[in-house]
Design a protein around this ligand. Structure first.
Ligand code: HEC
Length: 106
C-alpha cells in the first residue's frame, strides 16, 4: 500500500448539513449484502478476500473506512469485484456516510 493511499479519504467531504445515513439505516445492510459474502469472519467462500479484511461490525468498518472508501465509494468502483456492480447512487451514499465518520445511529 503506498503512503498516499489514504489521502483521498482524508479529503472526503461530509455535507455541511451532515448526513441522515447511519449504520442502522444504511451501512449494515449494504456491507452485509454487498461485502460480507467475502469479507466476514464466518464467510463460507471468501473468493480470495484476505482473511484479515473483515467487515463484521461497525467497529471493523470504521477501521477499514479509508480502504473501503478507496475501493467502493463515489467514483471508486473496484469493489465488489465484477460482474455485480453497485448503483452510483449507493456509492455516493457510501461516500457521504464514510466522510461523515460512519455514524452508527444506534
Ligand atoms: C466476491 C468477493 C468479494 C466481494 C463481494 C467484495 N470483495 Fe473486497 N476483496 C475481495 C478480494 C479477492 C480482495 C483481494 C484482492 C484485491 O484487493 O483486489 C479484496 C480486497 C478488499 C480490500 C482490501 C484491499 C485494499 O484495497 O485495501 C478492501 C478494503 C475491500 N476488498 C473492500 C470491499 C468492499 C467495501 C466490498 C463491498 C462493497 C467488497 N470488498 C466486496 C473480494 C470481494
Amino acid at each position: 500500500m503506498d503512503c498516499h493511499a489514504e489521502d483521498q479519504f482524508e479529503d472526503a467531504l461530509c455535507p455541511e448539513e451532515g448526513t441522515e445515513l447511519t449504520y442502522e439505516n444504511f451501512g449494515r445492510a449494504l456491507i452485509g449484502s454487498e461485502c460480507q459474502t467475502c469479507h466476514a469472519t464466518g464467510a463460507a467462500d471468501r473468493r480470495g478476500a484476505p482473511s484479515h479484511v473483515t467487515f463484521d461490525d461497525l467497529e471493523q468498518v470504521r477501521e477499514w473506512a479509508p480502504r473501503i472508501y478507496e475501493r467502493s465509494a463515489g467514483a471508486n468502483v473496484s469493489m465488489p469485484p465484477g460482474p455485480v456492480d453497485l448503483e452510483l447512487e449507493v456509492r455516493e451514499d457510501l461516500e457521504e456516510w464514510l466522510a461523515c465518520g460512519a455514524p452508527g445511529g444506534e
